[in-house]
Design a protein around this ligand. Structure first.
Ligand SMILES: N[C@@H](CCC(=O)N[C@@H](CS)C(=O)NCC(=O)O)C(=O)O
Length: 230
């Protein structure tokens, strides 16, 4: 039995849900309140989510979870057997998790025009008081993390320029292919998709993706192949 401790709008939690879907595994979801995340040390010692509970064994970090599931359920493979392809998948996953993530987080939760939409969604399960004061706190907390990483020191125009380069790079990698690495859906597709899906949830990000039809077609394909089958 799998239980996913998560924040619904986290790209890393989306990534894990999609991996579980591809592997054909059922799971229960336990939504974690942001206000309690740092205190639930028995569930997540780092305070970060996703955490996947598998019959009482807890695995944190989406990459560790991905490899855990890959070992348990090798079919369909999300990490290619070929070492060159596996290396490319790893590098793309790490780029998505460690670079694209800060763009999505900054665009959704720091930029005031988007934070006013996304902060209340992030806080939807909180108590009334936190739902009232939280939307003003979220952009400040997110900005602190984003500034420490570097993205948050850039202007919105600079971040859009970076995003355009990233989008061109993903579109260029795809060319006329269906997937980022090799001929099959892989962890690279799911990881990059999960971050771009969040970026697509901002008007600025959507415009960058819409301007690249090949990228949009790939996003639709990955979404369809990784969503939960009814
Ligand atoms: N490398 C981790 C990153 C997870 C992560 O940063 N999760 C964010 C939500 S998107 C989080 O839990 N933030 C809470 C915090 O930093 O206190 C993974 O791949 O799971």
């Amino acid at each position: 039995m799998f239980t996913l401790y998560q924040f619904d709008i986290s790209p890393f939690c989306d990534k894990v849900r999609r991996i579980l879907n591809v592997k054909g595994q059922d799971y229960a979801i336990r939504e974690v309140k942001i206000s309690q995340a740092g205190r639930l040390r028995d569930i997540s010692p780092s305070g970060k989510y996703p955490v996947l509970d598998h019959d009482g064994k807890r695995i944190s970090d989406s990459t560790d979870i991905a490899h855990y599931l890959e070992r348990l359920f090798p079919q369909p493979p999300l990490v290619p057997a070929d070492p060159h392809e596996a290396a490319l998948v790893h590098v793309l996953e790490d780029w998505a998790d460690e670079s694209l993530y800060f763009q999505e987080m900054t665009m959704r939760l720091v930029w005031p025009q988007n934070a006013k939409h996304w902060a209340p969604i992030l806080l939807k399960d909180e108590g009334a008081l936190f739902r009232m004061i939280g939307p003003r706190m979220v952009p400040k907390v997110a900005a602190k993390q984003s500034k420490a990483q570097g993205t948050g020191r850039k202007s919105q125009a600079q971040i859009i320029t970076d995003l355009e380069r990233h989008a061109d790079a993903v579109a260029g990698l795809l060319g006329a292919r269906n997937y980022l690495v090799g001929k099959m859906l892989s962890l690279a597709d799911i990881s990059v998709f999960a971050q771009l899906f969040c970026i697509d949830g901002t008007p600025e990000g959507k415009a960058v993706i819409d301007a690249r039809p090949g990228l949009r077609a790939w996003m639709t394909r990955v979404d369809q192949e990784t969503c939960k089958r009814k």
